[in-house]
Write a protein that binds this ligand. Sequence first.
Ligand code: AMP
Ligand code: GLY
Length: 415
Amino acid sequence: MKVLVVGSGGREHALAWKLAASPRVREVVVAPGNAGMRDVARVVDVSLRVDALLALARREEVDFTVVGPEAPLVGGIVDAFEAEGLRIFGPSAEAARLEGSKRFAKEFMARHGIPSAAFGSFRDAAAAHAYLSEVGAPIVVKDSGLAAGKGVTVARTLDEARAAVDAIFERPGAEVVIEEMLVGQEVSLLIFTDGLAYRPMVLAQDYKQALDGDQGPMTGGMGTVAPATVLSSAQQWQAMAKVVEPTLKALNADGIAYQGVLFIGLMMTEEGAKVLEFNVRFGDPETQVVLPLMDNDLLRVLESVVDRRLARLELCWTGRKAACVVMAAPGYPGAYRKGVPIHIPDDLGPDVVVFHAGTAVEDGRLVSSGGRVLNVVALADDLAEAVDRAYAAAARIDFPGAHLRRDIGARLLRR
Ligand code: AMP
Ligand code: GLY
């Protein structure tokens, strides 16, 4: 089969890498992709617009499409492909509202009794400020719309919260969600679901803040580890019984057929697991640590979701551990430099794989072209070793001024 992966980051490189390993895949095409993916895929530089991707899929006679990022899902790529009889993995635009509108997600959870933070949602600044005065700090302020993981402020003070509200309302038509701050360990639970059955992937933990010790601004993710062995079996059971299953039931009750990956950001609070957010896609950089641990042929898994045969499939995991260290551009997540030359040695070893996010080739040389540039992933039989291998590999990559966190995995290793 010829498979199209939509997107251009490290998550899509990991998807392409895993799909290329399937005996049933003849070719992987990635659009728009990036220069570093050419080891496993053909990169076709088209825009992320649904019509351009549809034209590409028809022209290339693609057999199966997998969508990485949320924007095309929210924009209806799955509906458009299905209307043309093309097979595609991901939720419909209607289902993708779970991520596309935080207000929609919060109202959905409230309506169905799915545990989550108390909230208010506002279309104007005055009402938002009045609510802030009422509830006080600490408090969490979110842009309701898509913001690439950067639209959230966990405010310690009212002043910080007010500034975050004002910043969001600088955009006309904006909507703000204000939430109670939840406290606990955060985990990324990704499940495959075909709308009937579901299969959880190994849990991952994301290091979202820019600086060590979870300091500094939110980023798209500075590193991940999997499996995140932070939940007792009782907590795992509770997360499935009180969050995952009620969510899938609620989707069905609302007449929303959900097919794809549902990524549930969970906070393990003293009152049990609560939902921080839903994402309607694979996580980035969670995918970079989850897929290398999967023993299944990924194409078969994705097809069984699209064909609604997931109940007959079991996921198999290698039992190893994975760590991903993100090498970001100097200055990220603020204004960052592009065009920094990068050299990656060929001999990083069998247990290391480098997934490219923001890279390009200029004059035959690999250079940085984005904020998060490289994902250095290492595997080992224990997590401490995986983390060490990832940092050792990162140290051998020549990327002047690269910004990376030094404490990926620390939350788990401290235990
Ligand atoms: P979101 O995009 O909604 O997942 O928010 C990004 C990050 O902000 C989450 O991964 C959490 O680390 C943090 N966060 C979001 N909502 C809350 C909350 N209600 N309480 C505490 N932290 C939160
Ligand atoms: N790593 C968080 C996300 O993919 O949204």
